[in-house]
Ligand binder design. Structure first.
Ligand code: AMP
Ligand code: ZN
Ligand code: FE
Ligand code: FE
Length: 276
């Protein structure tokens, strides 16, 4: 017995714990199966697997991509793929390049607003630079009081610092994950700010495109959101997964292992993954 957490971020993307530190924290929290789901990179996966062997934590390869679904941004998780697969590497490389362009434009806008962010420094210190890194820099400059404040005033859609980056289509990312031997899972369906009817359409469409699972158990879910997610997974015959979306200090309030992920979801998930 032990806890399961299939969604955390590390310093490989926008978390604040190194992959090996995150595995140590997971072991301390009583987690026995963990997946790193860094944005657009698998750089943390092999070091985490290695650390997990020492500490008795099974670490699954994982990744989180932002995908385009009918002009909206949704997130797709991949699990248990071949870590060195070219399909995954290709999607990561494309997305990181799009981030670089988006980040340049965001830095330009923030500078015009009187908050110059040194993007070169951010890119030297973080392999995948995202909006949370901009948030941290705005806090450091005194331009924002917290990560939430930075997003609310500068970094969310509709605010003057926000720039939408181009995203790969949901179907294409699903194909890449499956082609690499992995399991494609739609992340946190209740956290896109979509009406219930649109969430239903999203899950139906994603299932049609070949996604195999739904992230049902999620630390930020209400009990009703989890129940609705469970019903959607059942309706479409999807695997269930779950996790905390832990980001270290960049998302205060989340801890590794805090999502209540039932044991029973694991065997069917592992059975469909090539690399566990
Ligand atoms: P990016 O992929 O660079 O566009 O940034 C997305 C990241 O920002 C994800 O990790 C989100 O969890 C985080 N994020 C998005 N909106 C907010 C928000 N309102 N407050 C805090 N973090 C957020
Ligand atoms: Zn993140
Ligand atoms: Fe996400
Ligand atoms: Fe995430």
């Amino acid at each position: 017995m032990g806890k399961i957490d299939l969604h955390i971020h590390t310093t490989a993307s926008d978390g604040t714990d190194a992959p090996t530190q995150a595995v140590a924290l997971a072991a301390q929290a009583g987690v026995r199966v963990l997946a790193l789901c860094d944005h657009d990179t698998v750089a943390g996966v092999l070091p985490a697997i290695e650390a997990g062997r020492e500490l008795g934590v099974q670490v699954l390869p994982g990744v989180e991509f932002s995908a385009d679904w009918n002009g909206r941004e949704v997130h797709l998780l991949g699990y248990g793929f071949e870590p060195a697969a070219e399909q995954i590497a290709g999607c990561c490389a494309w997305s990181v390049q799009e981030r670089a362009q988006r980040n340049r434009e965001m830095a330009r806008r923030l500078a015009k607003l009187g908050h110059p962010v040194d993007l070169a420094v951010l890119e030297q210190t973080h392999p995948v630079v995202g909006r949370p890194h901009f948030a941290q820099e705005l806090i450091r400059q005194g331009a924002a009081a917290s990560v939430a404040d930075a997003f609310a005033r500068f970094l969310s859609p509709g605010t003057p610092g926000f720039v939408q980056r181009r995203l790969l289509p949901l179907g294409k990312l699903t194909e890449a994950i499956r082609g690499a031997g992995g399991v494609a899972v739609l992340a946190h369906p209740m956290h896109y700010g979509l009406d219930a009817s649109v969430v239903r359409a999203l899950v139906a469409d994603a299932a049609e495109m070949g996604i195999q699972g739904l992230e049902v158990y999620y630390a930020a879910n209400s009990a009703a959101q989890t129940a609705d997610s469970e019903a959607l997974a059942r309706e479409h015959g999807l695997l269930r997964t779950g996790g905390s979306d832990y980001h270290g200090a960049r998302k205060p309030g989340l801890r590794i292992g805090m999502a209540d992920v039932p044991e029973e979801i694991l065997p069917p998930l592992l059975a469909r993954a090539r690399y566990t």
